[in-house]
Design a binder for this molecule. Structure first.
Ligand code: PMP
Length: 389
């Protein structure tokens, strides 16, 4: 059944519980405001509808997915289908394992060095903003980090030129963040680091466009942006990197153990995995990652144009590395920014505050943000600028 199929309509709310019936829930989903949160972020409406319809009885099982054993046949099917759809979307080669884990992207900041290099080994890290910097801080606890380059001197508004990178061809791996969620800086291409395994934090850009997975040793992403709910982290790791873990690595961080147990070395985040599966199906129904790329480019261009042509708002990021996913912008002063956020909320444009470390505004335009949301935002921005110049 396609995700876009409709919920059945009941007429009255349950008198005893006061809970909303299906048609009321559907109306609420239809009339929801636009949510520009950086994560946890907006999910496709069709996914919420399907999850809502299947909430108390998944496919005639008599159970919600939340109530099922992860070892039961219903959930194993959900898990396997989700992995197959994810592999299809990203065209993941067969010599890569896909892991569905808990712990968030930040736990991978520790898991990566513990799995991929010995104590004291040399590793290369590139800093382009807050998240890649946090990854450096954690890696330093486990190995010898060489900072290849940093965008800090430019206030993380650009990606340091690769001609300036100090690469070490003996490094156990090279780590970077493909899209800095806070600064709105995104790599337009995959960096070339020769034979050193390329490790990438794709938390806020995965599934936004096609990507050649075969260029990477390891890709990881917290789910709560383009994949599904918080609580799930996806790791794509090349087979030959599975036998490098340190002997004293915690059991549940060991990629080989996790892979050998099909991500069920302990109880996996079952509900988040199920929702991710619905999101993958939705992305396939939209035409896959090429279609997503077109749409995401279009949405971000609409917003950057509105900013650049306003003479009121500003985005400081160099044009060739402006993010399609997270667009930070400022208004002329803090008072106006506060007013902007208050009025935007009243207009049904939610979660537009910039990250607490940088302030200002930020609109996240993940896959599930429709063009209409961006149109409404740009219209609001133009009107607000006209009234407050
Ligand atoms: N990396 C990036 C690029 C992020 O945007 C985030 C969260 N916003 C993280 C890592 C940390 O993710 P988590 O909270 O899942 O640990």
């Amino acid at each position: 059944m396609p995700l876009t199929s409709r919920l059945k309509a009941d007429q009255t709310p349950d008198q005893k519980t006061g809970l909303k019936n299906d048609s009321q829930q559907r109306n609420e989903l239809m009339n929801r405001p636009f949510n520009f949160s950086a994560g946890p972020a907006v999910l496709p409406q069709a996914v919420l509808e399907r999850a809502s319809a299947e909430m108390s009885d998944y496919a005639g099982s008599g159970m919600s997915v939340m109530e099922m054993s992860h070892r039961g046949k219903e959930f194993i099917k959900i898990a396997e289908e989700a992995e197959a759809d994810f592999r299809e979307l990203l065209a993941i080669p067969t010599n890569y394992k896909v892991l569905f884990l808990q712990g968030g992207a930040m736990l991978q900041f520790s898991a990566i060095p513990l799995n991929l290099c010995s104590d004291g080994a040399e590793v290369d890290y590139l800093t382009t903003g807050y998240w890649s910097d946090r990854a450096v801080t954690e890696a330093k606890r486990h190995c010898r980090v060489s900072l290849v380059a940093s965008g800090e001197a430019d206030k993380f508004t650009t990606i340091p030129r690769c001609s300036q990178w100090q690469l070490n061809d003996k490094a156990a791996y090279f780590h970077y963040c493909a899209n800095e969620t806070i600064h709105g800086v995104e790599f337009p291409d995959i960096p070339d680091v020769g034979a050193v395994p390329l490790v990438c934090d794709m938390s806020s850009t995965i599934l936004s466009r096609p990507v050649d997975v075969s260029k990477f040793g390891l890709i990881y992403a917290g789910a709560q942006k383009n994949i599904g709910p918080a609580g799930l982290t996806v790791v794509i790791v090349r087979d030959d990197l599975l036998d490098r873990a340190r002997p004293n690595i915690p059991y549940l961080l060991n990629y080989k153990i996790l892979a050998d147990n099909a991500s069920m070395a302990n109880t996996p985040p079952t509900y988040a995995w199920y929702i991710a599966g619905l999101v993958f199906k939705w992305v396939k129904e939209q035409g896959g990652l090429s279609a997503m790329a077109k749409l995401n480019q279009r949405k971000s261009q609409m917003l950057y144009k509105a900013i650049d042509e306003s003479g009121f708002y500003k985005n400081p990021v160099e044009h060739n590395c402006r993010s399609w996913m997270n667009v930070p912008f400022t208004a002329p002063d803090e008072r106006l920014e506060k007013l902007f956020l208050e009025e935007a909320k009243k207009a049904g444009l939610l979660t537009l505050a910039g990250h607490r470390s940088v302030g200002g505004m930020r609109a996240s335009l993940y896959n599930a943000m429709p063009v209409e949301g961006v149109t409404k935002l740009t219209e609001f921005m133009a009107d607000f600028a006209r009234r407050n110049r």
